[in-house]
Design a protein around this ligand. Structure first.
Ligand code: NG6
Ligand code: CA
Length: 499
């Protein structure tokens, strides 16, 4: 009897401590996933049941933004709470770039570490590694994630299409044979391995623009690499490898609150999904990579369920920038769209100043805390730092993460308005502002169509103003009709820029 009472009391205590525990945070950050690429955002040619389920159980946002229309600056802003355009050298990083994030500054993972979280990053990094001049690939690769607030990292150093094509776990390349050192060059060829340009007959998938340098796993990449043969990744296994590392991290840290930044490779190029997804979408490798991404999300949810953590975990799913169809490989993506609209109703795409560059899928699930539904709140990923700080009872210092605002209630679906305004950055650094119904794109020069990717840039030497409420596709420039709005938003941009 006594024993029963005791174990009952113990069970109560466990329930109580669990209820008190800070939520785990899982951020699944897809690559180049467009506003229209998921079935819960209106896609019909491709089905994403796992992501749709997370969305149905949580809040699906319609007006949430990455800060930038490309990867490196969006990720920089996400992790530092500062707009990347404030710091030069934060454009798309080559694979041998030095670590871009200063090690003496508050970061999203560092802030969560302070709150008692165990923090991990798995997947695409693309924020540089090592000191000025780049890392020592054959030694300790640092500084990197571990020096800016992560307890664990398992990375693709840059992107899937950039060398070196090896995984880096904490400070070391995984499976490196010291007698076969890795060498990397973004200038001159290194070693004598075949390149896409010289040996196209060796390719599994032909490049369409760029991507004609060293061939790894039958795919030519950006940059030259030699050595590290035993350590090279197999693209087709990447989603399984990364998802497995995420599961292990959550398992190891199940007793702690944890934060995991699962930075998927999908759906970036080269799109080389596992054979079980090949041909399954009917849309070619781009659609198959969406199915693979959806599978990854399903696996994460299964792991949370198995560990009994599904309720006390805040799951966020989003993307680093908008969609692109032909991003440098002949992977049939254009031919097999069959009417699929990667950007949904939005104009432009990855790289551009139009809304499809940064308005991305954004889903938040936290049972019991977040009421299921949709929200039109205006949100920016730069605010996750201050908002998750608020969630975990912290406040960044006055000169820390200065662009990050606490919009926690927006992210939790309680405040339907969100931010006052959002800033968007195109690849050529053109800035835009969304405020209320208005979208203002500052004047800039450059081609209206980016020829290789066939993306509408949104560049125009004249100011542009669109009413997103009546014209979400940014087709009618109303700048001439509303000079006072143009002036107001020009001034706002000036103030935010600080010049
Ligand atoms: C571009 C690449 C593109 C992609 C992009 C970065 C060429 C011709 N194009 O320069 O394929 O890698 O950089 O994408 O090399 S991002 O999502 O990481 O920003
Ligand atoms: Ca990207």
């Amino acid at each position: 009897m006594k024993k029963t009472i005791l174990s009952f009391a113990f069970a109560l205590l466990t329930v109580f401590t669990h209820a008190q525990q800070k939520p785990n945070i899982v951020l699944i950050y897809a690559d180049d996933l467009g506003y229209g690429d998921l079935s819960c955002y209106g896609a019909t040619n491709v089905k994403t049941p796992n992501i749709d389920r997370v969305a149905a159980e949580g809040v699906r946002f319609t007006n949430a933004h990455a800060t930038s229309a490309t990867c490196t600056p969006s990720r920089y802003s996400l992790l530092t709470g500062q707009y990347a355009w404030r710091k030069t050298g934060t454009g798309i990083a080559p694979g041998d770039a030095a670590l871009l994030i200063p090690t003496d500054r508050v970061t999203l993972p560092g802030m969560l570490q302070r709150a008692g979280y165990r923090t991990g990053v798995v997947g695409k990094w693309h924020l540089g590694l090592g000191p000025k001049g780049g890392p020592d690939w054959n030694g300790d690769i640092k500084p990197g994630p571990l020096e800016i607030g992560f307890n664990y990292s398992f990375l693709l150093p840059a992107t899937g299409d950039r060398v070196p094509c090896v995984y880096v776990e904490n400070h070391r390349i995984v499976g490196l044979d010291p007698s076969d050192p890795v060498q990397v060059s973004y200038k001159d060829p290194i070693g004598n391995e075949p390149t896409g340009k010289a040996n196209p007959e060796l390719l599994k998938m032909m490049y369409s623009h760029g991507h004609d340098q060293t061939i790894i796993n039958g795919v030519s990449r950006i940059g030259y690499m030699s050595g590290g043969k035993a350590a090279r990744w197999v693209d087709e296994e990447m989603a399984d490898v990364l998802t497995g590392k995420v599961a292990q991290f959550m398992e190891r840290n199940q007793k702690n609150p944890f934060f995991v930044y699962f930075s998927t490779h999908d759906i970036h190029v080269p799109r080389m999904p596992h054979s079980r997804f090949v041909g399954k979408s009917g849309m070619g490798p781009r659609g198959d990579a969406i199915l693979q991404l959806d599978w990854c999300v399903g696996e994460v949810m299964k792991t949370l369920e198995r560990l009994g953590l599904k309720n006390n975990t805040l799951v966020i799913i989003s993307s680093d920038n908008g969609p692109v169809v032909d991003d440098g490989y002949k992977d049939d993506a254009v031919a097999k769209l069959n009417g699929h609209k990667p950007a949904g109703p939005l104009r432009g795409g990855k790289y551009s100043a139009f809304d499809a560059g940064t308005r991305v899928p954004f889903i938040v699930r936290w049972p019991g805390k977040v009421k299921a539904g949709t929200s039109d709140a205006l949100l920016s990923q730069v605010d996750l730092l201050a908002s998750l700080a608020a969630l975990t009872g912290q406040k960044p210092g006055a000169d820390e993460a200065t662009d990050s605002q606490n919009t926690l209630n927006g992210f939790l679906g309680k405040d339907k308005k969100g931010r006052d305004y959002v800033i968007e950055q195109a690849i050529n650094n053109t800035l835009s502002v969304v405020k209320g119904n208005w979208k203002y794109i500052e004047p800039s020069t450059g081609p209206q169509i980016m020829v290789h990717t066939n993306t509408e840039s949104g560049y125009d030497p004249q100011p542009q103003l669109y009413d997103l409420k009546t014209d979400i596709g940014e087709t009618k420039n109303l700048a001439k009709q509303h000079p006072q709005v143009v002036q107001e938003l020009t001034n706002l941009l000036k103030t935010v820029r600080g010049n």
